[in-house]
Design a protein around this ligand. Structure first.
Ligand code: XIL
Length: 386
């Protein structure tokens, strides 16, 4: 991408309501365009995020699912991304609806999409150690006279099946969200009750053995917002413990489900930059790399007015990415949905005013928003990776 196309008059592409549409969105929408490269002109199409990222030794990506890899959305994802992850299709709960079944058709569809386009794929996740997401059949299952061993076998077998089926996954979230945000303690699940920290040890060890070349990640949502201190401390304890026990974990996944802050614009991030920078450094000092795995912005604290909201979402994104991308161990940035029309935020964190959340880089009509420009600007400002 990065080429420039003109059409629809000198002001660029116009959509049905008269707003300028990027070539990328126009392509995504299936509009026929006449290619007339004109590098350097005023209506230059901004380069694709994947190209901006690649120029810095980074990858830009997104979470997709079988419904968002088709049609216009599929084309947009292909144009913008050089890494992908499946939103739900690789999760233990999806793959294992019951004790005997491996339901892999949806994951296969996502893997085929990525493979077919030569786009690297992340795996998310091998085990989500969060009570809400451990399937009931496992929690309630009678694991027999030797429950620990039965559970270990089940986890190891799961890892091996996934590794064999998806050998091209470059990076796996091995364990997701094992820390209680409010206290920093390990979450109470059937796995933690039976195995304690060994749930981490054996799942990571099985993953390393089954896919020695894949990056292995612990993924969590300890954020930079105030109130996240116990969560960050708990994650640091988990990472430190794994290091001491020789657990083969390579990186911490920063989910990065951000929220627009309270308070006046500009001043809102004061203090957080240094807290966050310090946290990232502590993670590095324990010997882990970092990656941004699930970026989006909850805009419930922003006013209803669309333009102001978009501005606040963009400011939040820029402030966060500036600090995070300044850390040279961060090489991947993935959004959790490229457009508001498919964002999980709509269902999980609905706005009190009933309007849709606007926490993704594109709106539901696939028009780029200030958040996309903020991501592009942060990537441009980031130091190049060696
Ligand atoms: C979310 C999905 O987006 C939803 O569709 C699903 O119903 C619940 O999970 N942290 C994670 C992701 O690690 O797997 C979550 O994805 C969002 C929060």
């Amino acid at each position: 991408m990065g080429d420039v196309v003109r059409g629809g008059g000198s002001s660029g592409w116009l959509d049905a309501i008269g707003a300028p549409v990027s070539r990328r969105a126009a392509l995504a929408a299936g509009l026929a365009l006449a290619a007339t490269p004109a590098v350097g002109s005023a209506d230059d199409e901004p380069p694709a995020l994947r190209d901006l990222a690649a120029a810095k030794g980074l990858r830009f990506g997104n979470a997709v699912n079988p419904r968002t890899i088709v049609g216009a959305r599929g084309r947009l994802v292909t144009a913008e991304c050089n890494i992908l992850v499946a939103e739900n299709e690789f999760k233990f709960g999806t793959v294992r609806p019951d004790e005997r079944t491996f339901s892999l058709a949806p994951a296969d569809r996502v893997a085929r999409f990525a493979d077919g386009r030569g786009i690297p794929l992340r795996g998310h996740n091998l085990f989500w150690n969060q009570p809400d997401y451990v399937p009931a059949w496992l929690t309630e299952r009678n694991l027999g006279p030797r429950p620990r061993i039965a559970l270990e076998d089940l986890l190891v077998q799961h890892v091996r099946v996934m590794a064999r089926r998806y050998p091209r996954v470059v990076s796996w979230d091995v364990i997701n969200e094992t820390v209680v945000p409010e206290t920093g303690a390990m979450r109470d699940t059937v796995a933690t009750r039976l195995l304690g920290d060994r749930v981490l040890d054996l799942t990571f060890a099985a993953a390393r053995q089954a896919m020695p070349r894949a990056e292995l990640v612990y993924n969590d949502y300890m954020n930079w917002e105030p109130g996240n201190d116990p969560h960050r401390s708990g994650v640091l304890r988990v990472l430190e413990g794994m290091r001491k026990r020789g657990v083969p974990c390579d990186a911490l996944g920063l989910q990065s489900h951000l929220a627009v802050p309270d308070g006046p614009p500009g001043s809102a991030f004061g203090g957080r930059q240094s807290t966050w920078r310090r946290f990232l450094k502590e993670v590095n000092d324990l010997g882990y790399r970092l990656l941004v795995t699930e970026l989006d912005v909850d805009d419930r604290k922003a006013p209803s007015e669309t333009a102001r909201r978009d501005e606040m979402v963009a400011e939040t994104t820029r402030a966060y990415l500036d600090v995070t991308l300044d850390n040279p161990t961060v090489r991947d940035v993935l959004c959790w949905g490229l457009d508001d029309g498919v964002s999980w935020l709509q269902g999980f964190l609905p706005r009190p005013d009933g309007r849709p959340q606007r926490g993704c880089p594109y709106d539901a009509l696939l028009r780029p928003k200030p958040m996309r420009a903020a991501i592009a600007a942060a990537i441009r400002a980031a130091p190049a990776r060696a």
